[in-house]
Design a protein around this ligand. Structure first.
Ligand code: HEM
Length: 430
């Protein structure tokens, strides 16, 4: 590349970053406004932490194609709540080895094992909705479902253990993207206490003989084979990460998807034409393939559009270990780079500010969508999440028709992941 093409890093000029941090949490268009003004790569400060925001295929591809020059990074609150052993907070060989071990829980044979459990949870939910005497908050049900999939189906936890964990998880999750100062009574202080209880509970579960219901037996011996001792503390923190990563994001995708369908009856009719041709329940052998794009293109387009329009993870991070060139802009070493998915997914020509799944059927969407991140840290649970979402949409819509209760706030809260503010109250359409 000709050196003369290179440009210096544009900056907002923010120094303390207090106002920037407040604006970031309050304004969903925070990054977009600044991209419009400063271009696809710019620097600002977030509470004293210099942070480079990037959008667009070129800048993102440039970043991820230089793995030797970057490493993983999460905000302080996430780092502290996940813990230093968590693979999300590890780099280099320590990260790779843990990834290899944990990935065993998401292999295709492992997914097959989970399918009957997932189908049971979906059937139980449609029964609950059918027999409910009062409207139910669908978003809450989606959280519970996604948590149960990972807790019961993947990790093999039973009802009581699972319920105790869920309670503490809801406290812990609320502070994940908060100011990490444990003032007495603050969400962060409560989350630190919840984390302690969660790890104790996970440890108790790990001390019991591993049952054959979940996938934990798949992990046995894993890290030792890599020559890294897998202490109980280490394993506990990996499970904590999985429980979190496995439900908040998937529940958000499901809630946003249901919201779009229920608020747009024409879209629901369009989807039902396809869903009515699909079998439910699928046989366990077929379940991973039967609802794939080739058989269910509308469902695929709908899921892609939800991930584009309301990405469950609005941005992911890397830290530069040396200077890198992103979209012809020089980003110095030791900078935190945030890949701004929300802004990136609406940046381009056409009606990208409108929710329109059909764009994916006609190949009208030229964006390179990355809801699951990319490169060496790409999401480990992608196949499980996609499977859960497809099964839930087919299973629920094959069995019941829902209608939303009017007079509720349908706008989306954004932190930690998009979710309807009033919980998306629904009843079964008779
Ligand atoms: C719709 C659902 C989901 C979305 C949108 C999502 C998205 C993401 C994103 C954006 C990242 C960061 C990737 C990067 O830094 O490049 C990530 C990491 C991760 N996800 Fe997911 N995820 C979802 C579901 C799941 C599920 C179900 C699990 C497992 C139970 C899971 C486990 C993980 C793990 C372990 C990581 C850390 C990977 C690493 O640092 O090497 N995710 N996910």
């Amino acid at each position: 590349m000709a050196m003369s093409k290179l440009r210096p890093l544009p900056t907002t000029g923010a120094f303390t970053g207090i106002l920037e941090a407040l604006a970031f949490f309050r304004d969903p268009s925070f990054a977009k406004r600044r991209f419009d003004r400063l271009g696809n790569v710019f620097e600002t400060s977030m509470l004293g932490q210099p942070m480079v925001f990037i959008q667009g295929d070129k800048a993102i591809a440039d970043l991820l194609s230089q793995p030797e020059a970057i490493e993983g990074w999460w905000p302080d609150s996430v780092q502290q709540l996940l813990g230093s052993h968590s693979l999300a907070n590890r780099n280099g060989t320590a990260h790779k080895a843990r990834r290899r071990v944990v990935a065993q829980l998401f292999s295709s044979s492992a997914l097959h094992r989970y399918i009957p459990g997932i189908i049971n949870l979906i059937d139980a939910l449609s029964e609950e909705l059918k027999t409910a005497k009062t409207p139910l908050p669908l978003a809450k049900k989606m959280r519970r479902f996604a948590f149960s999939v990972i807790a019961t189906t993947v990790l093999g936890l039973e009802g009581n253990d699972r319920d105790k964990l869920f309670f503490d998880f809801e406290i812990w999750t609320k502070a994940l993207f908060s100011i990490p100062i444990a003032l007495p009574g603050s969400p962060f202080a409560k989350a630190i206490k919840a984390r302690k209880r969660l790890l104790e509970q996970l440890q108790e579960i790990l001390n019991q003989p591993i049952n054959s219901k979940g996938g934990l037996d798949l992990l046995a011996g894993g890290l030792d084979e890599e020559g890294i001792p897998f202490s109980d503390e280490d394993l506990g923190e990996q499970l904590l990460l999985l429980l979190f990563a496995g439900y908040e994001t998937t529940a958000s995708a499901l809630s946003c998807l249901m919201r779009e369908l229920l608020l747009n009856p024409q879209m629901e009719t369009w989807l039902r034409e396809e869903i009515d041709t699909l079998d439910w329940p699928p046989s366990p052998e077929q379940a991973t393939t039967i609802y794939e794009p080739i058989n269910a293109p509308k469902l695929d387009a709908l899921v892609k559009e939800v991930m584009r329009f309301t990405p469950p993870v609005g941005g992911f991070f890397r830290r530069t270990k040396q200077s890198v060139i992103l979209d012809d802009i020089v980003v110095p070493s030791n900078r935190v780079v945030q890949v701004a998915l929300i802004a990136s997914n609406r940046n381009g020509i056409g009606d990208l500010d409108i929710f329109r799944p059909q764009r994916h059927l006609k190949n009208e969407c030229s964006l390179n969508l990355m809801p699951f991140g990319g490169g060496e840290r790409v999401c480990l649970g992608k196949s499980l999440a996609e499977l859960e979402i497809r099964l839930m949409v087919v299973g629920l819509f094959r069995k019941i028709q829902l209608e939303v209760i009017p007079d509720q706030d349908f706008t989306l809260g954004q932190i930690p992941s998009p979710s309807p503010r009033d919980g998306l109250l629904v009843k079964v359409h008779i």
